[in-house]
Every structure is written in structure tokens, then in C-alpha cells.
Ligand binder design. Structure first.
Ligand SMILES: Cc1cc2nc3c(=O)[nH]c(=O)nc-3n(C[C@H](O)[C@H](O)[C@H](O)COP(=O)(O)OP(=O)(O)OC[C@H]3O[C@@H](n4cnc5c(N)ncnc54)[C@H](O)[C@@H]3O)c2cc1C
Length: 359
């Protein structure tokens, strides 16, 4: 639906966050317009590894020590509920196959064992797998946590569905429509949902959300299924899954040149691509042909928590961004959260994610 003139809410960004916000608000009866300089899901929401993980971007035990036991536990359960809602909207774009968090060495084994113990203490479902019980092709790893409710997402397909639902509910979604100044939008409320891409659009957020590059490669289809769910290791730096067409999607190795990757230049680099290719060979046991490569940008925050709520000192301006590489579920959930905040609802998550903590 075309909406000219003043609207209740204008949203910048048509990724998972913006589309989730638009859907929630349009269903609540507000007039909504979404602006994206590209097409729906052409930012990180269509360029990611497809991991739909519950929880925050830090290990659970670290989150518990940092934010407190109740806030951490509430955050994990909140994302589990978000995953359930995603499943109800996703059709065939989400399968709840679980995920496997692997330890690359003994030190990491200690870390993820602490995470597992903390989760079990707090009633969060997880299974421990000892090194000896890992499948033969995972013999180089030192143990794992199995997260039963996680999912494998076809992110672009999911977000296009969200956008279609939002449009059906009355939202005007404008693609190839860049916003240079949020003050120019004719709306009572403006939501900035640009995660790593909108650097500079709101100067007050420039130091709070750092654009960060992630790189990915995809293999030609294998002749066998090796990985039946999303796998990740080295604190989540490396992540891979095998798609239904038996291609492996592998991302990571950002730590090879970690400072160079603090950028919004959407280009692959030889150093990281070579590391990805070498690791792909190790994962498969032979060097496959690579069919696709790309880079995407996500928003990193200092405390690894998103920013959701009012931009301090800016009347009617809201943000939902900064998922530190975990935006598939957090982006969906935070899109709804900022919508609920605009509708006047409060929540413990809004306190935890308050952008004012960086003001
Ligand atoms: C390579 C890579 C792998 C990842 N893997 C995973 C994963 O497996 N699991 C996971 O949970 N997360 C992952 N992430 C993170 C996740 O993709 C993001 O956090 C999430 O998609 C953010 O969604 P978003 O809607 O907030 O932002 P985006 O999807 O990035 O959308 C922002 C939109 O804003 C638009 N925009 C920016 N500036 C303007 C402007 N001035 N005017 C108009 N439009 C503008 C952009 O065009 C873009 O479409 C990954 C990210 C990358 C880059």
C-alpha cells in the first residue's frame, strides 16, 4: 500500500529488524512506511550464515556474570520465545534442527563447559557431548554443547516473508529509497534499523555501533551429508552448515585481520578468503570447488548487547540495532521490542538494551 504524507512510524532499513518492526506496528493499526536504499533483505539479513540461535552474543556464563543471573536467564528465554514466533511465520525458511557449539582446543573446552554448567543450573536446555562421543569427522574438536531448539534459517526468504506480511497488514515498503537525513522523514516516530550499514546516519550512535565485516564462502554440492545442523567453533568466529542442496556455507576467520574487519566496505579480502578455503578443506577432508563468496556488514557493540529504544536527546527517534553478529533471532525480537516500546509497553529487555547506557 502506498502511503504518502505523514505516517505514524517511518522505519529506515528493510532487513529482519525493520520488517519485524513494520509487521508488529502495522498489525497494531499504525500507519508505517519502510525505506531501504537497497531491496528487502539485501543487507546482512540476506548475507548471513543462517544460524538462528537463541541467547545473546556472549557465552551464557559470561552473560550471567556481566548482566546478572535473572537478566541473563530472562534474555535467553525471551529469545527462545522469539524463535517459536519466527517458526510460526517462517514456513519452510526455518528448521529447528538444533546447533552444535564446538570447542577447538582444551582451553575452549573449559569455556564452553562453564557455559553448559551455568545453563543447566539455570534451567536452560542443553546437552554436553564429550570429545570421545563426537562424530568421526569432528575428531579434531574437544567437546561440544548441543543446543536443541536452535534453527537453520534461509534468512532472505524469511525476511521477504516478513515484508510480505507487513505489506499485507498495510505497511508501505519502499525499496531503493535512501534516507540521508532522518529529520526529513514525515513521521511521528522514526526507527533506525540499519544495524551495521547505517553508520553516520545518527551521529549519536556512531561510537556505540561499529560496522564490522563478515566474509562467507560456499562450496559446490557435496556427494554426502556431513553436517546436519549449524556448527560453530572458536568462540563463534567460525561457523558452517550444510544446506539441503548439500553445499557447505562457511563464514568467519574475522580474527585473521580483526582491525581491518572493523569496516563497512562490503568486499572480500584474500587473507580471510584463503583461511576460509583452507578450513573448508579440513571440514570436508578434501578441497571442494567454491561456488560463491561474499561479504556483509553487521553492527558490533562494546558490551555485545543490542541498542533498542529511544535515541537519547532526539525526540521521536528510536533505534533497534547492534546484534554483534547474532541478528537473525535478536533482530526479529528487537524489531518487535522497539515496536512494543512505541506502542507504550515496557519490558526488562528494554532496560537491558537501553541506548542511554552509551550516552
Ligand atoms: C557474513 C555475516 C554472517 C552472519 N551470520 C549470522 C548468523 O549466522 N546468525 C545470526 O543470527 N546473525 C548473523 N549475522 C548477523 C545478522 O545478519 C545481522 O545482525 C542482521 O541481519 C541484522 O539485521 P538488520 O535488519 O538489523 O540489518 P540489515 O539486514 O543489515 O539491514 C539494514 C538495512 O538498512 C539499509 N540502510 C542502511 N542505511 C540506509 C539509509 N541511509 N537509507 C535507507 N536504507 C539504509 C540497508 O540497505 C540494509 O538493507 C551475520 C552477519 C554477516 C554480515
Amino acid at each position: 500500500m502506498r502511503r504518502d504524507g505523514r505516517v505514524d512510524v517511518a522505519i529506515v532499513g528493510a532487513g529482519v529488524t525493520g520488517c519485524s518492526t513494520a509487521l508488529r506496528l502495522a498489525e497494531a493499526g499504525l500507519s508505517v512506511r519502510v525505506h531501504d536504499q537497497r531491496g528487502v533483505a539485501e543487507g546482512a539479513s540476506g548475507r548471513n550464515g543462517g544460524f538462528a540461535l537463541r541467547g545473546g552474543a556472549t557465552r551464557y556464563d559470561v552473560a550471567r556474570d556481566t548482566y546478572g543471573r535473572e537478566p541473563a536467564r530472562a534474555l535467553w528465554h525471551w529469545t527462545e520465545r522469539a524463535l517459536d514466533r519466527m517458526e510460526s511465520l517462517a514456513g519452510d525458511s526455518l528448521t529447528r534442527v538444533g546447533s552444535l557449539r564446538l570447542a577447538a582446543d582444551e582451553e575452549e573446552r573449559g569455556h564452553i563447559r562453564s557455559e553448559y554448567d551455568a545453563m543447566r543450573e539455570d534451567g536452560i536446555a542443553a546437552e554436553w557431548i564429550d570429545k570421545a562421543d563426537l562424530a568421526a569427522h569432528l575428531h579434531s574438536f574437544h567437546g561440544a554443547i548441543e543446543h536443541p531448539g536452535d534453527g537453520s534459517l534461509q534468512p532472505a526468504r524469511f525476511v521477504r516473508r516478513l515484508a510480505a506480511r507487513a505489506a499485507e497488514a498495510g505497511a508501505d515498503i519502499r525499496e531503493h529509497d535512501r534516507v540521508d537525513d532522518v529529520a526529513s522523514l514525515d513521521a511521528t516516530h522514526v526507527v533506525v534499523a540499519t544495524d551495521g550499514y547505517g553508520h553516520g546516519l545518527v551521529p549519536e550512535l556512531a561510537e556505540a555501533i561499529w560496522p564490522t565485516r563478515g566474509q562467507v564462502i560456499v562450496s559446490e554440492p557435496l556427494d554426502r551429508v556431513l553436517y546436519d545442523r549449524p556448527h560453530y567453533a572458536r568462540q563463534g568466529f567460525d561457523y558452517w552448515q550444510q544446506l539441503p542442496n548439500r553445499r557447505i556455507v562457511l563464514g568467519g576467520f574475522r580474527d585473521v585481520s580483526i582491525l581491518d574487519e572493523l569496516t563497512d566496505v562490503e568486499e572480500t579480502t584474500p587473507a580471510i578468503q584463503e583461511s576460509l578455503e583452507r578450513f573448508m578443506g579440513e571440514l570436508i577432508g578434501e578441497q571442494p570447488l567454491i561456488s560463491h563468496r561474499w561479504a556483509g556488514i553487521f553492527g558490533l557493540t562494546q558490551d555485545m548487547l543490542p541498542l533498542v529504544g529511544r535515541v537519547p536527546g532526539r525526540d521521536g527517534l528510536w533505534v533497534a540495532a547492534g546484534y554483534s553478529g547474532h541478528g537473525n533471532v535478536l533482530g526479529f525480537a528487537c524489531g518487535e521490542l522497539v515496536a512494543d516500546a512505541i506502542l507504550g509497553e515496557s519490558s526488562p529487555q528494554l532496560e537491558l538494551f537501553d541506548p542511554a547506557r552509551f550516552a
